[in-house]
Write a protein that binds this ligand. Structure first.
Ligand SMILES: Nc1ncnc2c1ncn2[C@@H]1O[C@H](COP(=O)(O)OP(=O)(O)OP(=O)(O)O)[C@@H](O)[C@H]1O
Length: 242
């Protein structure tokens, strides 16, 4: 197999005295989408920020990205190598227009304003509106669009559907699926709800108290809701809502 795009080996990380991640091994191939699931507070965000170099100091292990050891690089260098980030808090520029938000950060590559607008037609309609005037769902689209304009090789998405209405959630997931399946972008998607993340990803990793307790194909976990239930609890498991 060709070298993975991202490879973590034996990664441990934590805040102060508190260890949060233990012995994490994780690989993402080019063009692959990985769901990162787990109950609240199990370390999902910490794992993403550890990969980005924006989280706690690494205590153990190595992180390779695009053929290089990156664990000692500052976050800007990791971003320049192609690590993209859509944070949970959707940090868009509220006073800039939608279009300005997108063009302010653009870097050359396949993702252009036209392609972001094609993925999110709603953003094209709102292009002259300030970011602060957008709905929650539109702000999430803008946060994703901004990350794409940086033309990452791997996009890390932290609970992009959180707090949004079901119809908006379905639209965002469809956009994520297109990004991955049609455009070939690799991604790690942190989600609370397995049933939302599994259909749009190739593989799934479940964290529990900072350790990986399950890793495998997303389709296999969808077909085994009892496994998801064991690790995630009934509420977050893969079975559809009644
Ligand atoms: N800046 C920080 N300083 C100290 N402890 C932190 C910090 N950020 C997170 N933690 C702790 O690290 C653990 C993992 O938190 P993290 O946010 O990574 O979990 P999560 O799985 O993303 O949870 P959620 O789904 O609630 O976002 C928690 O116990 C949390 O309290």
């Amino acid at each position: 197999m060709a070298e993975p795009l991202l490879a973590l080996r034996g990664v441990g990380a934590g805040y102060g005295e508190a260890a949060v991640l233990h012995d994490i091994a994780l690989e993402v191939a080019p063009g692959e989408a990985v769901a990162l699931l787990g109950r609240n507070g199990t370390g999902k965000t910490t794992l993403l920020t550890t990969i980005l170099g924006a989280g706690p100091r690494l205590r153990a292990g190595t992180i390779r990205f695009a053929g290089r050891a990156i664990e000692r690089l500052p976050s800007e260098r990791r971003a320049a190598l192609g690590l993209g980030w859509v944070p949970q808090e959707r940090n868009i520029f509220r006073s800039l227009t939608v279009e300005e938000n997108l063009t302010a950060v653009a870097r050359p590559g396949p993702w252009t304003l036209a392609r972001v607008f094609a993925l999110f037609p709603r953003l094209a309609e709102r292009r002259r509106n300030p970011g602060g005037a957008l709905s929650g769902g539109e702000q999430q689209m803008l946060a994703m669009g901004r990350a794409l304009m940086l033309n990452p090789r791997l996009l890390l998405l932290d609970e992009p559907t959180e707090g949004l209405a079901p119809v908006i959630v379905q639209g965002l997931l469809a956009a994520i699926a297109r990004m991955v399946r049609e455009e070939g972008l690799a991604a790690i998607l942190v989600e609370q709800h397995a049933r939302l993340a599994l259909p749009v990803t190739d593989r799934v990793v479940i964290l529990d108290r900072g350790r990986i307790v399950h890793a495998g194909p997303s389709a296999a976990l969808l077909a085994a809701p009892e496994v998801a239930e064991r690790h995630l609890g009934l509420h977050h498991a893969a079975t559809p809502d009644p």
